[in-house]
Ligand binder design. Sequence first.
Ligand SMILES: Cc1ncc(COP(=O)(O)O)c(C=O)c1O
Length: 449
Amino acid sequence: MSSGFDPMAEYKTKTRKSAQWFETACKHLPGGVTGNVKFYPPYPVYLNKAKGSHVWDLDGNEYIDYMLCFGPLILGHGHPRVIEAIRKQVERDGTHIFGAPHELEAKMAERLKGIFPFAEAVRFTNSGLEATMHSLRVARGFRKKSRIAKFEGAYHGCYDEVLCSLAPPEDAAGPRATPKTVPGSYGTSERTVENVQILPYNDIENSVRLLRTHKDDLAAVIMEPVQRGFVVPDIEFLRVVRETTRELGIPLIFDEVMSGFRMEVFGGACTQYKVEPDLICLGKIIGGGFPSGAFLGRQEIMDMVNPVTRAKDQRVFHGGTFNGHPTVLSAGWATLDVLQEPETYPYLNRVSDKLRDGFDDLFGRLGFDARAIGPGSTFNIVFAKGKIADYRDAAKADARLRQKLDYGMLARGLHFHPDKPFYTCTEHTDKDVARTLTIAEEVLKKMKD
Ligand SMILES: Cc1ncc(COP(=O)(O)O)c(C=O)c1O
């Protein structure tokens, strides 16, 4: 298969200036990047211009962008409504940040409560990881317990405890029904590992069994209702996790930093699947492409941070210099305005379905065991047969084939992170979709040569 086809060599030929800049960047930034997720071998494409659904790299190559900042740019790059909102905020307020409380915080909180009706109170953060971290601390304070449960393969940000069992090697992960807690990063303390219970995603029987076994020491269960943006839950599984945690009195936290506003409907996976957690974490899209996050939920849990109703020694600490940043909230507000227009989700769904169906059609016609899977405006390409129900299924996909497709497509003008999901935006056009599928077909045919 793929005798003379060398997509990595093509990639290197097209991106010489990125290679040069990588050398420079490496003198100052470990690995030439400022976050490991931004690196891919041999070096990432360095960008210097963007507009709508397109980006340009240092060599002047134009790409259709499906990375979209790992999700937040659901309106594409530099959307006029977002840019206008930022400009207006600074002009109106005379500053980009007061530091002191201001009106837009409570207005945005009210708006989010309207979108997620189970939520009675909101706090803003500066990132998705801060949202999950603070929500876990709030749950710990509420339950007066310290262990947490998370699902194998789930990402909730890059701090020790939630990194556990993010992508455990098969030989360390333990039995599927009773996954072991595996540190997600070198440098994780043993105490952290002891503090985390791992549950098997999409496995009702064993998740319930483990929850019942550990019910007395769990502060919270945190889960991505849709794992890693593309592994969808059996709805019954979500319902049973909800019912069981409610029965056991364990707060259930939905981490919708990724799935929030990227499902088929305006809202989150909780909206689409009609399953209500106690707390929900948001990020990415609610800041319109600026650093942002929020955790919101039931009053009695959220009130753990309340400086009015709780004495200092009974209160959970929540802080952040930039929380509720006016520019960020204005960009997020404008983004939600566009998303709430009646034509937006039908359009996003249509574009995303065309891409998913188009890839699936190519895989079928050209004889690849591969699929484009994921809900709403996110999908991933997996070279695998059968159902992808969890991390272990996804990890069995053929990484070699995916790598060839990735670098072949990058070299021909599609921008995304190799081996990661694709995100769509309101600026992707039918022309973009057609071009994308033409490029994919060319690469897949070469892989067959
Ligand atoms: C589900 C989920 N939770 C949390 C985070 C962390 O968000 P941030 O990168 O803003 O800290 C991410 C980031 O991709 C995410 O996908």
